[in-house]
Write a protein that binds this ligand. Structure first.
Ligand SMILES: Nc1nc2c(ncn2[C@@H]2O[C@H](COP(=O)(O)OP(=O)(O)O)[C@@H](O)[C@H]2O)c(=O)[nH]1
Ligand SMILES: [Mg+2]
Length: 304
């Protein structure tokens, strides 16, 4: 470990915001230095709590987070917020609009927006590694907002300890929700924009469906981030479930999943990338283009 790395690690352990920001950039850029850093801090990790917040674009995720941060900062010393912002499919650039919704100026809240780039999932490509980074820092109560761009968002379940699914009465989400596998991942269901008249019947129908199909196993709430309705109830439910996690085997079970999924994710993201680069370097791409290589033979050679 060189001096530079040592000061990075010390900065992360101490919660130095500038250094954590720098470390995130190293990881996001896929630089080897970032992964060397992760290797060094892996043994220094402590228990982390990741609250995943998902639901379609525009449902009110960021606005809800803004409300819930106020309460979380009363309870916990430091809060990390990771926003997976949808990237524009045309320009490839991120809107980074989520950041604008979060108004907190609290020094103990670390907020980072991360573009999803052209990544097919609703999470940013480096999110699982950044969660590991945070677990060595004092920011060990983390909120993650997914991009809300499609079915890929459900992958958040693999990396969070508690998953909140938000649905808006305005988007006709019920069908989308039933189709998209969101039901399977939700620990708490939240109907947003409760200040609209149509919210109440939507909420009742949803609650009814949950009681029929899921035996009331998933709690359902209605909130309004505009007038504050229901926010306290959701907060109390989160805290209740958090306590339940830590006082049972459930936390360890979720951690087992998170560790393994993070490793598989590393393989998918980095190993595949390296393999493609290697094959390209060897000049095989040209021959593949020209039909000189039997691609199925090539794959058999690689995997055997
Ligand atoms: N009326 C009303 N509008 C809301 C509420 N929550 C969010 N919004 C609005 O819905 C839009 C999308 O909210 P945003 O939090 O960015 O959604 P996200 O894409 O899920 O993060 C914004 O214009 C918000 O002001 C709410 O409780 N009531
Ligand atoms: Mg948002």
């Amino acid at each position: 470990m060189n001096l530079n790395q040592k000061s990075l690690i010390d900065g992360i352990l101490e919660g130095d915001r500038l250094i954590i920001g720098k470390a995130i950039s190293l990881i996001e850029n896929g630089e080897k230095e970032g992964f060397t850093l992760l290797k060094e801090i892996y043994p220094l990790k402590k228990d982390i709590f990741v609250l995943g917040i998902t639901g379609p674009l525009g449902v009110g995720k960021s606005t809800f987070i803004d409300k819930i941060i106020e309460k979380l900062t009363d309870e916990f010393d430091k809060i990390g917020v990771l926003l997976c912002d949808p990237s524009s499919p045309i320009s490839g650039g991120a809107f980074l609009g989520d950041r604008l919704r979060l108004k907190t100026k609290n020094e103990n809240v670390f907020i980072r927006s991360m573009a999803t780039r052209t990544f097919p999932y609703g999470i940013s490509p480096s999110l699982p590694f950044i969660i590991d980074l945070f677990s060595a820092s004092p920011y060990r109560n983390i909120i993650v907002e997914t991009a809300g761009i499609g079915q890929g968002d459900v992958s958040i379940k693999n990396f969070s300890h508690l998953t909140l699914v938000l649905l808006s009465p305005l988007l006709g989400d019920e069908i989308q929700f039933l189709k998209g596998g969101l039901m399977e991942i939700s620990d708490i269901l939240i109907v947003t924009k409760g200040d609209y008249d149509i919210a109440e019947p939507f909420y009742k129908t949803l609650k009814n469906s949950i009681s029929i199909f899921y035996n009331d196993l998933i709690p359902v709430y209605m909130i309004s981030s505009s007038n504050g309705f229901g926010i306290d109830d959701v907060y109390n439910e989160i805290m209740k479930k958090r306590l339940d996690l830590f006082s049972s085997d459930k936390y360890l079970e979720r951690e087992k999943i998170r560790r393994l999924e993070t490793f598989k994710y590393l393989l998918k993201e980095l190993y595949t990338k390296k393999m493609i680069e290697k094959i390209e370097k060897e000049g095989d791409f040209k021959e593949i283009e020209e039909g000189k290589i039997n691609i199925y033979q090539k794959i058999l050679d690689i995997i055997s």
